[in-house]
Design a protein around this ligand. Sequence first.
Ligand SMILES: [Zn+2]
Ligand SMILES: [Zn+2]
Ligand SMILES: [Zn+2]
Length: 333
Amino acid sequence: MIVLSRSERVALYEIPEVQVLLKMFADGSLRELLPEIHPALGVQYPKMDEVTGNVQKTKDLLVQLVRAGILRAKFYEKTMICPRCGSKNVTFRYYCAYCGSHEIEKRELYEHIECGTIDGDDRFMKNGKIACPRCGKPLDKLGVDYRQVGTWFGCRGCGKRLDAPEGKHYCRQCSLRFGVKESAMDDVYSYVLDKVAETEFARETLFLGELKKILQEAGYEAEAPAVIWGVSGASHNFDLVGFKTQPDGSRKTVVTLDMAICARALAPENVISIFAKTLDVSPTKPILIAVPALSDTAKKLADLYKLEVIEGEKPEEIFQEFREALDKITDIS
Ligand SMILES: [Zn+2]
Ligand SMILES: [Zn+2]
Ligand SMILES: [Zn+2]
């Protein structure tokens, strides 16, 4: 759900750090912004920290980008928080039910399959090698020569044997031991780029921002987006318009540009509606940019209507073709 207006989102796209991050999503080098959970520092997003250079800035930008509907938060996992001090530096420990020590050892019981001897794992070790404690035969493969027949735990505090020690969370900050019922939990998210925002960002920032610059470098006054009044008296919206000021002070509409980014080829209806407003405004050079392409029928229509068509997937190819199209314009007086 996009809750901010388009212009507020476009303002966010203008932030250099946001541009770097969204370009990483756009070119596929980043598919999902994943968290890393640091024991003392909590949840971090190192890929984004590289861009912002600052953990707090990362946090603030993520909040803004999610609120704007540009990024979508995906549940990643729950982290445990100490219910007494709020620290995220929480670990899990196993405790002896008799003396409360957490110095617990896991022990195994082995059987030499051939002779049937069963004993503790320490008794099966001889000079760093595994051998049967009774018949002395060296044992090679677990599950073939010998097998594990049981597990138990030994407490180094009181020396007692335990079937299963008691698991508890432990706060490294304030030393509180707590169970799941006393615990506090926090959601951790990963982030993906919203599909609608991805297209909008590509249009507004990757393409139109640069196309406007190219138009200005070619000596035009540029507006993006622009509203132009046609001879009929109706107003029409264009993604980008290039003007030239005439000797009498009036502005001549030389270049009009419409840009469509679609998953599949652009449909003929879009070309018809562009033709209708172009006819009313009569610019010197109407241009239609389709990313990645027009459908065959749409292309035939565009030729018929004398719309200059630029197709492509990569921004660089499109910018180059746009420069070439501008170079071909001669009638600008
Ligand atoms: Zn604590
Ligand atoms: Zn044996
Ligand atoms: Zn104990």
